[in-house]
Design a protein around this ligand. Structure first.
Ligand code: NAD
Length: 500
C-alpha cells in the first residue's frame, strides 16, 4: 500500500517537491515505513533560499519586540502541542514518549531565551571615547541562515538554531534529517499560526544534494550543523571555503570519571540514564566509565544489576525504559562494535545482541550492553558507537583518568563523580572538554548558557544558543560619532587619527 508523502515548507506553505527522489520514514519499533519524504532537489532548495532572501528585509526591519511577541506566541503553541511533537519524535526516532517530551521541553527553553531578543540585541555605548566623541555598537542580523540537523533530536536540535536566528532578525532554512522530518514540518506550521511572515522559516528535508546547495549558494550567509564528526568537518571546510560563517557540531565519546569516594548508588543510577536513555543515541550520552583505584568492582556490580533490569520495547508503551535504535543498518553497526569488543578481549558482562521484543520482531532493537576491562587500544573505546553500549576502563590514579579524557579526540561532554571538592575543582580546571558535569551525568547547559564541545566535537568558533548563539546570528557594527561645534573644527590632517 502506498504511504503518505510529506511536502516541503517554502514561503509559508506546504509545497510539492520538484524532486523525484523519495525516502522512507520508518518507525524503528516496527521496522515499517510509515510515510515517505521527498529528498529536496537543488531547484527546491534554491526556491527556499529565494523565498528567505525576499522575506529578509521586511523581517530585519520588524522591531525586535514584535519579533519577540511572535516567538512568544510560538512558545505557547509549542506548550499546547508538546505531546503531539513528542509523539512524532518518538514514532520516527524510537525514543520513549517521556524522553521525547523532555527533549521538546529543552527546545522550548531556547524559545524562551530567544523571546528576550529586545534585551539580547542591545549593543554597547561609551561616552567621550575621545573629546566630544562617543562610540556605540549594534548587533545586526546577517541575512539568510541555514541549519542542518541530525536524527537523534527531531525537535530540540532544530530549536537550538532557528528561534535565535529568527529573533535576531534573520530568515532561516532548515534541512532536517530525512529520517525524522515531521517535527520540523509541524513546527513550521506552528510558526505560521503564531504570525511569522511567509518566507522567514523554510523546511527542506533532503540529503547531500540539498546540503551541498546550501553550502555553496552565495545568498546563504551562515551554516549551523549538528551531526557526526566526518560530516561536520566537511561541512565546516566547504561552507567556510564559500565564505560562510559556520558552527559544525560533531560526534562524541563522553567519559564519566568515578573516584573511590563517590556515592556509588547515586553514581550508578545517574550513569544508567546517561548511558542507556534514548538507547544511547544522545551526543551527551555517557558511553565510557573510567573507574579510578579500587572503586571498579563495586561500581561494575551496581551498573550490571541495574542495566539487567532495564525494560526494552516500543517507545510508546508504558513502563518501557529503552526503545529501538534508528535503523536496521545502525543496529547492525552497533552489533558489529559489540562483536569487535569481544574479539579484542574486553569482558562482555551484558550482551544486547539478538534481543527479541514480543510483537515487534521486525523492530531495530539492541539490548543494554556492558563491557568491563576495556582498554584504550580497542575499537569500542576509540570510536563513537552511538548505541546502548557502556564500556568500563579501569585506571589506578586520578592523573591517569584526566590524561585519558584529554587524549581522546572527542571533547563534547564529561562528568566526574566524587565527594571531594578539591578533586572536582581540579577536574573542571584541567579537563579539555566543552561541557563538564560535577555529579551531573549529562551536563547539557540551559538555553541561557551555550552548548558546544571542543576538538573533534565542534568545528567553528561559536557554540549553540546562549549569548554565543546571539553572536553567531548577528554582525557587530561599531559607530563613532562626533558633533563638532563650528569653533572646534580643526584643519584637515593626514596623520592617523587618535582620540583623547
Ligand atoms: P549525520 O552526520 O549522518 O547526519 C547529520 C545531517 O547531515 C543530516 O541532516 C544528514 O541528512 C546530513 N548528511 C548526512 N550525510 C551527509 C553528507 N555526506 N553530506 C551532506 N550532508 C549529510 O548524523 P546523524 O546520524 O543524523 O546523527 C548522529 C550523529 O550526530 C552522532 O555522531 C552524534 O554524536 C551527533 N550529534 C552531535 C551533537 C552535538 O551537539 N555535538 C548533537 C546531536 C547529535
Amino acid at each position: 500500500m502506498s504511504k503518505p508523502v510529506l511536502q516541503l515548507w517554502i514561503n509559508g506553505q506546504r509545497t510539492n517537491s520538484r524532486s523525484t527522489r523519495l525516502a522512507d520514514v520508518t518507525n524503528p519499533a516496527t521496522g515499517e515505513a510509515i510515510r515517505q519524504v521527498p529528498l529536496a532537489s537543488r531547484a527546491d532548495v534554491e526556491a527556499a533560499i529565494s523565498s528567505a532572501k525576499m522575506a529578509f528585509p521586511g523581517w530585519r526591519d520588524t522591531t525586535p519586540l514584535r519579533r519577540s511577541r511572535i516567538l512568544n506566541k510560538f512558545r505557547e503553541l509549542l506548550e499546547t502541542h508538546r505531546a503531539e511533537l513528542a509523539q512524532l519524535a518518538s514514532e520516527e526516532h524510537g525514543k520513549t514518549l517521556e524522553d521525547a517530551a523532555g527533549s521538546v521541553q529543552r527546545g522550548i527553553e531556547v524559545v524562551e531565551f530567544a523571546v528576550g531578543a529586545p534585551h539580547l540585541l542591545k549593543g554597547e555605548h561609551a561616552e567621550n571615547v575621545g573629546r566630544g566623541v562617543d562610540c556605540h555598537s549594534m548587533l545586526q542580523p546577517i541575512g539568510v541562515c541555514a541549519g542542518i540537523t541530525p536524527f537523534n533530536f527531531p525537535a530540540m536540535v532544530p530549536m537550538w538554531m532557528f528561534p535565535i536566528a529568527i529573533a535576531c532578525g534573520n530568515t532561516f532554512i532548515l534541512k532536517p534529517s530525512e529520517k525524522v522530518p515531521s517535527c520540523s514540518l509541524r513546527m513550521a506550521e506552528l510558526l505560521k499560526e503564531a504570525g511569522l511572515p511567509d518566507g522567514v522559516f523554510n523546511v527542506v528535508p533532503g540529503d547531500k544534494e540539498a546540503v551541498d546547495t546550501l553550502l555553496t549558494h552565495p545568498d546563504v550567509r551562515s551554516i549551523s550543523f549538528v551531526g557526526s564528526t566526518p560530516i561536520a568537518k566537511n561541512i565546516y571546510e566547504t561552507a567556510a571555503h564559500h565564505g560562510k560563517r559556520v558552527q559544525a557540531l560533531g560526534g562524541a565519546k563522553n567519559h564519566a570519571v568515578v573516584l573511590p569516594d563517590a556515592e556509588l548508588d547515586f553514581t550508578a543510577d545517574a550513569i544508567m540514564g546517561a548511558a542507556y536513555g534514548s538507547a544511547g543515541e544522545r551526543c551527551m550520552a555517557i558511553s565510557t566509565v573510567v573507574a579510578v583505584g579500587d572503586v571498579a568492582d563495586a561500581l561494575v556490580a551496581k551498573l550490571k544489576a541495574r542495566a539487567e533490569k532495564l525494560v526494552v520495547g516500543p517507545g510508546d508503551k508504558k513502563g518501557v525504559d529503552m526503545g529501538p535504535v534508528i535503523s536496521a543498518q545502525h543496529r547492525d553497526k552497533i552489533v558489529g562494535y559489540i562483536d569487535s569488543g569481544v574479539t579484542q578481549g574486553a569482558k562482555l558482562l551484558i550482551d544486547g545482541r539478538g534481543i527479541k521484543v514480543a510483537g515487534h520482531e521486525k523492530g531495530f532493537f539492541v539490548g543494554p550492553t556492558l563491557f568491563d576491562n576495556v582498554t584504550t587500544a580497542m575499537t569500542i573505546y576509540q570510536e563513537e558507537i552511538f548505541g546502548p553500549v557502556l564500556i568500563v576502563l579501569r585506571v589506578a590514579t586520578f592523573d591517569e583518568a584526566i590524561n585519558m579524557v584529554n587524549s581522546n579526540q572527542y571533547a563534547n561532554g564529561t562528568a566526574i563523580f566524587t565527594a571531594s571538592g578539591a578533586a572536582a575543582r581540579r577536574f573542571q580546571n584541567e579537563i579539555e572538554v566543552g561541557m563538564v558535569g560535577i555529579n551531573v551525568p549529562i551536563p547539557v547547559p540551559m538555553a541561557f548558557f551555550s552548548f558546544g564541545g571542543w576538538k573533534s566535537s565542534l568545528f567553528g568558533d561559536l557554540h549553540m544558543h546562549g549569548m554565543e548563539g546571539v553572536y553567531f546570528y548577528t554582525r557587530t557594527k561599531a559607530i563613532t560619532t562626533r558633533w563638532p561645534e563650528v569653533a572646534e573644527r580643526s584643519a584637515s590632517t593626514l596623520t592617523m587619527p587618535t582620540l583623547g
